[in-house]
Design a protein around this ligand. Sequence first.
Ligand code: ADP
Ligand code: MG
Ligand code: MG
Length: 208
Amino acid sequence: MANCLIAAVEAIGAAIASNKEVLTSLDAAIGDADHGINMARGFQAVSGKLSTLAQTADAATVLKTVGMTLITTVGGASGPLYGTAFLRAAAAGQGKNTLSPSDVGNMLAAAIAGIKERGKAVRGEKTMLDALEPAYEAFKSAEQQGRSLVECLAAARESALDGVMFTKSIIATKGRASYLGERSLGHQDPGATSAYLIIAALEEFCRS
Ligand code: ADP
Ligand code: MG
Ligand code: MG
């Protein structure tokens, strides 16, 4: 379990690393040009930390390590937000040795609730939530139809991408991009994009 989860987190880190420039240039347009740098640094540190975890570590310990590491190593809004998401997912997955689609859905819901509490944002403010909330809804509806984890993640990934595209059409009212007001229109949110990449990486990982 721990090995599989560590490999999944490594897959997320690899996706972030290979999209570092994309994320940073999206942030250059409406923020401070560091989202890719922040995320890549965070997942690099996560990778180092996970390599020191005992083979016997359980799912919750792995996720908690990811969350704590992101919070302590990523400067910027995204570190505490994604860090909180992983900590909440850890709590929701506490004591589990296998993860069913329903378990993963609960962990995703807990992660999103954590992001909302920490960042005081709601959907429609041009943030990572605009990818994550539709992704969760699609995941949940696939899960309720009895789909496999990969199918649920594929549905989530599709809706996350729609959410990313939707961020172009709205004005930012949270985070740095909100300083731009109307000038944030037409630009894709970097954090929504990294959220999409994370879900897509998980789907691909579960497929392989
Ligand atoms: P910073 O803006 O501090 O430089 P990053 O560039 O790493 O941090 O992350 C920016 C991203 O964080 C944004 O694109 C947005 O998706 C997300 N974000 C910012 N503030 C919030 C918030 N209050 N709630 C949810 N997401 C947020
Ligand atoms: Mg930034
Ligand atoms: Mg910054």
